[in-house]
Design a protein around this ligand. Structure first.
Ligand code: GDP
Ligand code: MG
Ligand code: ZN
Length: 297
C-alpha cells in the first residue's frame, strides 16, 4: 500500500481479463493490475491507482458506481461496463439476431436502471432489414427507441443520441458494434493500436471492452459479442416489471405468487388472450423466468 499522496485518479478505458488500462487524470494510459485473485473492476470504473513503476500501476480502490451493467450465469457474474447511462443494443438482419437475447439485454438494462436504445444496423441491406424492422416494431410500440441505420452510411442520428451519455454497445458478434465505433470515433484504429502496444496483447483487442471518448461529455464503450445473457442477478419481480406492458396487470392475478404460467385467474394470461400483451413477448418471458421459478425470487 502506498501513501495516499502517491495515488492517481483515473478511468478504466480497457480491460483484458485481470489487466486494465487506466487513463489517469494527467492524460496518460497506465497498464494496471488488481490485488488478489479476482478482478472486480470493469471498463468505465473510476479508480485510484498506485503507480509501481513508470509504466505500471496497481488499482487500489474502485469508486462507487452510478450503475453496473452485467450478466450472471449460475453463481458467476460477468461484468460488462460500469457507470453507463445508456445501453445500446445493436442488432442486424444479417446474421439474424436472437430476439430472446435482445429481451434479456432489455431486462438487464431495466434492472441496472439504465435507459436503452435499440439500433438496427446494416440498413443498407434493405430487403433483409425490412423483415427485421417488422420484428422490432413490437418494441417500438412498447416505447423503446429504435434507430435504423448503417455503420457504413450516415450515423448522425446515433451520434445525437449518444451526446452527454456514457453508452455501452452490446449485442451478438457480427452485428456491427466495432464498425459503429469506427464510424463514430475517427481515430479508433489508432487508439486500438495504442492500447494493444501498451498491453502487449494485440490479439485480444476485439474480445474485451474498450472505452472511447466521443467528446468532453460523451463516452462510448465497445463490448465483446454476446452469445447468451444470464439474468441470475435479477429476481422474479424485477423481471416481471422489466416487461412494461405487464405492469398494468401485475398484482391482479388470483394468486399472489402467480407465475403467470397455467394458474387460473391470471391477469397476465388474460391480457395475452385479450391481445394486450403479445404472445411473442409472453413466450420469451416464460423462457427467461424459468430458472427463477425453482427458487422463489
Ligand atoms: N452491409 C453492412 N455490413 C456491415 C455494417 N456494419 C458492419 N458490417 C459488417 O458486418 C461484419 C461484422 O462487423 P463488426 O463491426 O466486426 O461487428 P461486431 O462483431 O458487432 O463488432 C463486418 O464484416 C462488417 O463489415 C453495415 O452497416 N452494413
Ligand atoms: Mg466487435
Ligand atoms: Zn398471473
Amino acid at each position: 500500500m502506498g501513501k495516499s499522496s502517491d495515488l492517481l485518479g483515473g478511468l478504466i478505458v480497457a480491460s483484458f481479463g485481470r489487466q486494465y488500462l487506466v487513463e489517469t487524470a494527467d492524460g496518460r494510459l497506465l497498464p494496471c493490475t488488481t490485488y488478489g485473485k479476482k478482478g472486480g473492476a470493469v471498463c468505465g470504473d473510476r479508480v485510484t491507482v498506485l503507480p509501481t513503476s513508470a509504466d505500471q500501476g496497481v488499482i487500489e480502490t474502485i469508486e462507487p458506481r452510478r450503475s453496473l451493467f452485467y450478466r450472471a450465469s449460475e453463481a458467476r457474474e460477468k461484468l460488462i461496463a460500469a457507470n453507463v447511462t445508456q445501453v445500446v443494443i445493436v442488432v442486424a438482419a444479417v446474421p439474424s439476431f436472437y430476439e430472446e437475447l435482445l429481451n434479456r439485454c432489455l431486462v438487464a438494462a431495466e434492472v441496472a436502471e439504465v435507459k436503452v436504445l435499440i439500433v438496427l444496423n446494416k440498413a443498407d441491406l434493405t430487403a433483409e432489414t425490412a423483415a427485421a424492422a417488422e420484428t422490432l416494431a413490437l418494441y417500438a410500440g412498447l416505447g423503446y427507441p429504435v434507430l435504423q441505420l448503417s455503420a457504413h452510411g450516415d450515423v448522425s442520428a446515433l451520434r445525437a443520441r449518444l451526446a452527454g451519455e456514457t453508452s455501452v454497445l452490446v449485442g451478438q458478434s457480427g452485428m456491427g458494434k466495432t464498425s459503429l465505433i469506427n464510424a463514430l470515433v475517427p481515430d479508433a484504429g489508432a487508439r486500438t493500436a495504442e492500447v494493444s502496444a501498451k498491453l502487449d496483447s494485440g490479439r485480444h483487442t476485439t474480445t474485451h471492452a474498450r472505452l472511447y471518448h466521443l467528446d468532453a461529455s460523451s463516452d462510448l464503450i465497445d463490448s465483446p459479442g454476446l452469445q447468451e445473457f444470464g439474468l441470475g442477478h435479477a429476481d422474479r419481480n424485477q423481471i416481471e416489471r422489466a416487461f412494461p406492458e405487464f405492469r398494468p396487470f401485475l398484482g391482479h392475478c388470483k394468486f399472489n405468487d402467480c407465475r403467470h404460467a397455467t394458474e387460473p385467474g391470471c391477469a397476465v394470461q388474460q391480457a395475452v388472450a385479450g391481445g394486450h400483451i403479445s404472445q411473442r413477448r409472453y413466450d420469451i418471458f416464460q423462457r427467461i423466468i424459468k430458472p427463477h421459478l425453482v427458487t422463489r425470487g
